[in-house]
Every structure is written in C-alpha cells, then in structure tokens.
Design a binder for this molecule. Sequence first.
Ligand code: AMP
Ligand code: GLY
Length: 425
Amino acid sequence: MKILVVGSGGREHALCWKLAQNPKVEHILCAPGNGGTAEIGENVEVRDDDIPALVSLARQRDVDLVVAGPEMPLVLGLENALRQEGIPCFGPNAYSANLEGSKAFSKNVMADAGVPTAPFRVFDEFDSAVAFVKEKGAPIVVKADGLAAGKGVVVAQTEEEAIEALEDMMVKLSFGAAGERVVIEEALKGEEASFLAFCDGTNYALLPSSQDHKAAYEGDTGPNTGGMGAYSPAPILPKEKYAETAELCIKPILRHLAAKGEPFKGVLYAGLMYTENGPSVLEYNVRFGDPECQPLLMRLETDLLEIMFACIDGKLDQLDVVSTPQTACGVVIAAEGYPGSYPKGMEITGLADADAMEGVKVFQAGTKLENGKTVTSGGRVLCVTALGDDLAAAQKKAYEAVDKVHFDKSYYRRDIADKGLKRLK
Ligand code: AMP
Ligand code: GLY
C-alpha cells in the first residue's frame, strides 16, 4: 500500500512513523515533508496547500490513502477533490473543516448543537464591533474569522487592546480576508486541555487527554507559539471523565453535522478550558494537534492505518482503539527567536543517541537532510518524546533525551508537564 502524508511538521513525522509500522505499508510519500519523513519515505516538493498538485501527485503515484496533517488543505477542499478521483482521504470534507476554518461557523455550530462555549457575537462591520467592545468592556477576546496561522486570536486585557486588534483585522486587513469578519467573545479563565477523537461520521473513538504549552517561555510567559511541548494524559481530564466529556463536546458535533448531511470523518480536536463552571470549548480543530499528536501516537497501540480506513468506511464501531496506560511527554526544541525570526541551517547532532534510548522518539519538524547531515530549517525544530510509567518518569526521560541532542542557538522550555505534576500532588 502507498500512502501520501500531507504536511511538514513534527505531527507529520509522527504520522509517517506510526503508519510505517503496518507491514501492508510499502511506501510513504510526504508533501513537502522534512528531514524526519525523508528517513522513513520519500519527500515530494509539493506545497501542502496546492490542492490540484496534491491530487495529481496522488493519482500519478497510485496512492491508496492520503492523510492530511494540517488544516489548510482540508479547508481548501482536499478531501472533496480526492473523493472525485476515487482516492480515499483521512480528514473531513471542506464543509466540516469550517469548524476550524471559520470561527463564526464553528461558534454557530456549537450554539446550535448545545456545546458549552463562551458567549459571542459575530461582526462584519468595524463600528458595530467597536461599539460592542465598549458595551462589554475588557477583558474580552477578539478572533479573526478565518485561518490566520495561529495569530488570529487576541485575548485583550483592555478595551484599547481589543479595538486595536479590531483595527488590525477589519481595517488594516493584516490577515487578509480572514479578518474581515470577527468573533468577539467573553474571556474565560482556567486551565486548558486537548481532547481528540477519531470519527467516522457517526461513531467516535476517543484518544486520551493531552495538554499543549502554547507560550514560548517557562511559566507560560512570552509570545504565543504553535506549541512548545505536550503530554498525555492530562490530569485535569482523567480517564473517568472521558465519556461524559465526549457527550459534551464530541457527540453533539457529530450528530449536528450528520443531520446536515455532512458527516465528519477524521480527527475532531476539542480545545477545552476548565472554568469555574466546568469545561467550555474554546475551539475545534479538524486534525491532530501539533505537538499533541506526538505523545498521543507514542501511546496509541491500535494500528493507525486500520483506524484511518475504519473512519473513512464508517466502521469505527467495529474497532477497539487502545492506547498504552503509560504517560508520554514531548518537549519541543526550537530555534532562538521563534516564534519571531530565527536562524536556519544549524547542524543537529545526537539524534541517533536520543532515538536509541528505550521509549524515546525524536520527531523532527523544521529539519532537512543536507549532504547526509540533518540541519535546521524552521522555528520548531524537534519534539523529543518519551514514554514513562507515570508523568514524572516520562518527563524525566524526555529531558534526558533532550540533553543528548544539540544544535547552535536552540532553546526549549524546562517546565513541560510541570502543571500536570502539580495537579497530581
Ligand atoms: P483558539 O484558536 O480559539 O483556541 O484560541 C487560541 C488560544 O486563545 C486558546 O488556546 C486560548 O489560550 C485563548 N483563548 C481563546 N478563546 C478564549 C476565551 N474565550 N477566553 C480566554 N482565552 C481564550
Ligand atoms: N497544538 C495546538 C494546535 O495544533 O493547534
């Protein structure tokens, strides 16, 4: 079987690594891929948002399954285009991908489906958006409707900050058309967790809970990033609560979309915030999180290829999706300056030493192979992931492995999973 994985991050390296464990998988293509995916399969220089090129690659190379890593190709209709060609795709169609592609769509679906979420209003017009901010006061949250590379959410502590964000999005069009429409919502307070489920349109199979670390520096300080580390399970969402949490945030969405004739197939990711009044959904993603994917796939025991086909074929109820009870912890090593500008081309050493440790896997993100060497090519460079019998053991092993890997001008957070450990005490 031939598989095409779309994307180039640590998540995509993890997807390739896991899929390659099925003996039926003969060849994995990754578009555009990175240094890690190049070691598993073949990188092809096709952008992850070039739908016609991805479809023609899948057709020309006789691919049996396309797996979408990031959201952009799904929002742009990759699944729809592949379906027309009769090529199976893991990931939802364009309609359902709007759960992530449009904040207004997503909030309206949540409201219709009865999912707990912060009270909100949608605005297309700057003056009325400003008037609403003045009426509600700060803190208040301003969100660009469309995809904005993770930068479209401003949690404003003052009215001025909120109005500045509105100006940026709606007047200066800093995010292009993505900011012409905005969602303004109540600011919630609490700890966040990620809850992901495989979905086949009707049935779902839950993955264990996980937690990302979005801030660049220790103690959740510094600028917002794509995620500096993750671990699973997250003590804030223990196993005993999975079923009731799914009733709250997974099941109603599946039911709602199925009733619209747009069954959701793929991974549904609920970003939760645990407020004083219980969990509230901040956002949905229509894919694996990065870096949550890395610890989740380290824990997944059921064959990923089988799960993906069960999702596509609507047969998830016939499969037992199991994860090891062990804990996984992933620490991202980034290039100095990320999420701002950063240097590239630094040689990475020690990868094999870290990978040789039992229960450790180094997932590569911003890397490429150059003359037999692995060098950095992005901001988030590696996600060093380890399994342990409990969170303390997984964290300890992950940092031992981090110590073995080196490149110039690197940085990482030393407190990944501390929040979870504190909760366990
Ligand atoms: P989103 O893309 O909607 O998840 O937003 C990105 C981040 O912004 C979340 O992970 C939260 O940290 C924060 N955020 C989003 N919505 C809210 C809210 N209503 N209240 C407080 N923080 C929020
Ligand atoms: N880790 C958060 C995300 O992938 O959106």
